[in-house]
Design a protein around this ligand. Structure first.
Ligand SMILES: Cc1ncc(COP(=O)(O)O)c(C=O)c1O
Length: 478
């Protein structure tokens, strides 16, 4: 492809995307293909000779698009959203075109320095003190892994990096039973072992019971373990519960334990005055992560990771082969030493575009709109006797279930609600996912997609109710 062809094809892609966004609600939100369907449409071998770009684009429309689940549809209410936005997409386009490797300052000073500045902007906007330094990680899972690795090294005086684990290190890590699976994954990868992840019971709001945490720590110390790290959730994945950050932070201080806050989803709300109470004592943590790529209009991937002891982070990951030595190392950040990967994308650019385009006020009004819509829907659900909400609604997630009058058995209720969710999803008009809270299957209604409106929420709720009516007729529920 020469430059002129690239220009024309580039325009075509922009046109394609504009048409896509204008017509996105015509696609089934959740892809309706069967497993293997897309795989079987693609030839078993790559072409020997290059093909025409138009043919490739046509095939994209014919062979790929119906295997896409449309995360950017305003009728996507599943999981957590993966926001994007026009300024962010354009920045990603530039990033791809520039094709940088931002592993160290020398390989693109602007990428490094813009990243440092963007992390300072975000840090200040969420109320972390300037003693924290920030770096962009690809995902919250990676950030949590990086945090645990740093804790492991700091607490072993950097010996495990050198000699590997031995019997001396009997570490324990703590999180709640509602914590995200990335913590268990990190505990496995760091060599601490999933048996040494202590899952602490939660209260009726699904937040960690801090007195149980304290007891577990004391008990572990008595048994010869070293409590290494507590991971608190500021917004759990299931129901957005917030663990008691101040109490946990003080327990960590008392027992000299590393403290990581996983605010992957709800962390974005810290930019709002009305959520300022959540900022209280977050500076007790050693590390903090939240994902602008979830609910801050920034394309995946972009996890904002903050660390208090930058030197410990760098000492954990630093490695300096001859071919990477540069002279200005004392004066600049070389982000290759701030995490796992060497090669890094220019992710700060999309944050810069997003933060400048919307301004903090623009981002705040997006969050506020979603939170208001959630309150509006919650009232509707609350006043409908056929439904129950099973967790506090503090942000923009409602965990609810259909509860026919005569049915109390939890397994039966779980089956009914799974059936209901599948019925709704099979229409392609909206997409929901579930979790279990205290063993009860709940459908999660997450109102955070970039372009979601009241109309989308109303339509989705009406759809759920119409499927409930179908179920009632088919099964005879009252
Ligand atoms: C609380 C929490 N932590 C961590 C993660 C993992 O995020 P990522 O996909 O960025 O690794 C999620 C994902 O939804 C989450 O909800």
């Amino acid at each position: 492809m020469n430059t002129e062809e690239f220009r024309n094809n580039g325009y075509k892609i922009v046109d394609w995307l504009c048409d896509y966004f204008e017509n996105i609600e015509k696609f089934p939100v959740k892809s309706q293909v069967e497993p293997g369907e897309i795989f079987n449409r693609i030839p078993d071998n790559p072409p020997e000779n290059g093909e025409n770009f138009n043919d490739i684009l046509n095939d994209f429309d014919e062979k790929i698009i119906d295997g896409i689940t449309h995360w950017q549809s305003p009728n996507f209410f599943a999981y957590f959203p993966a926001n994007n936005s026009y300024p962010s997409i354009l920045a990603e386009f530039l990033t791809t075109g520039l094709g940088l490797q931002c592993m160290m300052w020398l390989t693109s000073p602007a990428a490094t320095e813009l990243e440092e500045k963007m992390m300072n902007w975000l840090r200040d906007s969420i109320g972390l003190p300037s003693s924290f330094s920030g770096v962009i990680q690809d995902t919250a899972s990676t950030a949590t892994l990086v945090s645990l690795l740093t804790a492991r090294e700091k607490y072993s005086d950097f010996e495990i990096n050198k000699y590997g684990f031995n019997d001396k290190y009997k570490y324990r890590v703590y999180c709640s039973t509602e914590a995200h699976s990335s913590i268990e994954k990190a505990v496995k990868i760091t060599g601490i072992g999933s048996q040494n992840l202590v899952k602490i019971e939660v209260d009726d709001k699904f937040a960690m019971k801090s007195e149980i945490l304290r007891k577990a720590i004391i008990n572990d110390i008595a048994q010869g373990f070293t409590p290494l790290c507590v991971v608190a959730a500021l917004g759990t994945t299931g129901s957005t519960a917030v663990d008691p950050i101040s109490v946990i932070g003080n327990i960590c201080k008392e027992f000299n334990i590393w403290f990581h806050i996983d605010a992957a989803y709800a962390g974005s709300t810290l930019i709002l005055d009305e959520y300022k109470h959540l900022r209280k004592d977050i500076d007790l943590c050693d590390t903090f992560v939240f994902n602008p790529h979830k609910w801050l209009l920034t394309n995946f991937d972009c996890s904002a990771y903050f660390v208090k002891d930058k030197e410990a982070l760098i000492r954990t990951f630093e490695i300096l082969p001859e071919y990477l030595k540069t002279t200005e190392v004392k004066y600049v950040n070389n982000y290759r030493d701030w995490g796992i990967q060497l090669g890094r994308r220019f992710r700060a650019l999309k944050l810069w575009f997003v933060l400048r385009h919307y301004g903090l006020e623009g981002l705040r009004s997006k969050l506020r709109q979603d939170i208001e819509l959630t309150k509006y829907l919650k009232e509707k659900i609350d006043s409908d006797k056929e439904f129950e909400i099973l967790a506090p609604v503090d942000f923009n997630v409602i965990c609810f279930r259909f509860k026919p009058n005569e049915i109390e058995d939890i397994d039966t209720l779980n089956k009914i609600n799974e059936e209901l969710m599948n019925l709704v999803n099979s229409t392609g008009k909206a997409f929901f996912t579930h979790t279990k809270l205290n063993g009860s299957f709940v459908i999660r209604f997450v109102i955070g997609q970039t372009n979601v409106t009241k109309e989308n929420v109303d339509k989705a709720w009406e759809l759920i109710k119409s499927k409930v009516n179908e179920l009632k007729i088919i099964k005879g529920y009252k």
